[in-house]
Design a protein around this ligand. Structure first.
Ligand SMILES: [Cu+2]
Length: 350
């Protein structure tokens, strides 16, 4: 039995809370009046900025960031604990000119918004045009999200899982241009007993053969001599617990496939409760359609060893057109794995 498995079974107060979940400023008392009935008081207040980023392939790129200078696409992964309520103030720093350029429905006002999946919110935090919960250029607005806990006696399952958040305002009232431009990010709701990963990576499959808003070879910026961890440089040392959060945007189906690893098709990708039921499927490929999200944890290179493990859409025309990257699993000591991934000029790197 591995340490990870023991940790899982024991329940786990000793598991540290992920670093990203602490160190944020408190919630202003002025917010108290905005908290919907039945929600607890928010215990954290995040700032999120929507900004314009350098164009990609002549396409406008926007991003969210907790710091406007560190905005990115996908935006920062937001983590909550089930039972927690948070406040997020969205600042719209995207220019009127850019929003005008992206607007395909000329009837709607200019703005950006924040719309979450999975967590609970009321109409003022929906992030939509008709609920008037968007943010005009240069303005800000505070949203309140509640990761409702389970209430087993009432048959309420809670909100723990792998979700996402996105704009619902740029281009059309559905945020279609905002999504294509990069206004989205992963949202993780954990239970206290969940195992915590060493690293989390986000992969977002979108239209135009994009992975995280980029096309091959920009989907993988990994440098074997100087590996850096990012959503475009998916790196681990063998034995590390690694978490993937996977989203689908746009208008097409995709199948998310990872080589050398498999996972349980459960909330966390691991089997955490006894009994170990055979009706829990073990998979290494999952169909994901627009609006879907899922996630899981694996032990990097467990059984399969160090290697450059392909991670791609298994819809063959999509993978052939470049919806592909790698999970680069180094040796336990951090030394590079054997072999090379294909060079980005098309060589196989044998
Ligand atoms: Cu695909």
């Amino acid at each position: 039995m591995t340490i990870e498995r023991r940790t899982l079974l024991r329940g786990l107060s000793a598991v540290p809370v992920a670093a990203g979940m602490t160190g944020l400023s408190g919630v202003e008392s002025a917010l108290a009046d905005d908290v919907p009935a039945g929600f607890p008081q928010p215990t954290r207040h995040l700032q999120l900025y929507a900004v314009e980023l350098p164009a990609y392939d002549d396409e406008v790129r926007l991003g969210y960031g907790h710091d406007p200078d560190k905005a990115s696409y996908p935006g920062p992964t937001i983590e909550m604990l089930e039972g927690e309520c948070i406040a997020i103030t969205l600042h719209n720093e995207v220019s009127k000119e850019t929003l005008q350029k992206l607007r395909t429905d000329k009837e709607i006002p200019l703005g950006v918004s924040l719309h979450p999946h999975g967590v609970r919110y009321n109409r003022t935090s929906d992030g939509t045009l008709h609920s008037n919960s968007y943010v005009a250029p240069g303005k800000k607005r505070t949203y309140i999200w509640y990761a409702r806990p389970p209430a087993r006696k009432r048959g309420i399952a809670g909100t723990a899982g792998y979700w996402w958040y996105h704009d619902h305002m740029v281009g059309t009232a559905h945020g279609t241009a905002g999504l294509n431009a990069g206004l989205y990010g992963a949202l993780i709701v954990r239970r206290k007993s969940d195992p915590l990963p060493k690293h989390t990576y986000v992969t977002a499959m979108g239209d135009g053969m994009t992975l995280n808003g980029r096309r091959y070879p920009d989907t993988d910026t990994y440098d074997m001599e100087n590996p850096k961890r990012s959503n475009t440089s998916i790196v681990a040392n063998q034995g590390e617990r690694i978490e993937f959060v996977n989203l689908a945007l746009g208008s097409e189906l995709h199948t998310w496939h990872l080589h050398g690893h498999n996972w349980a098709d459960t909330r966390t990708g691991v089997i955490s409760d006894v009994p170990w039921a055979d009706d829990i499927r073990i998979i290494d490929n999952k169909t994901i359609g627009p609006g879907d999200s899922f996630g899981f944890q694996v032990i990097a290179g467990e059984m399969s060893g160090p290697g450059h493990w392909m991670l791609h859409c298994h819809l063959q025309t999509h993978s052939d057109m470049g919806m592909s990257t790698f999970f680069h699993v180094h040796k336990k000591n951090g030394d590079p794995p054997p072999g090379h991934p294909p060079n980005h000029d098309g060589h196989t790197g044998m």
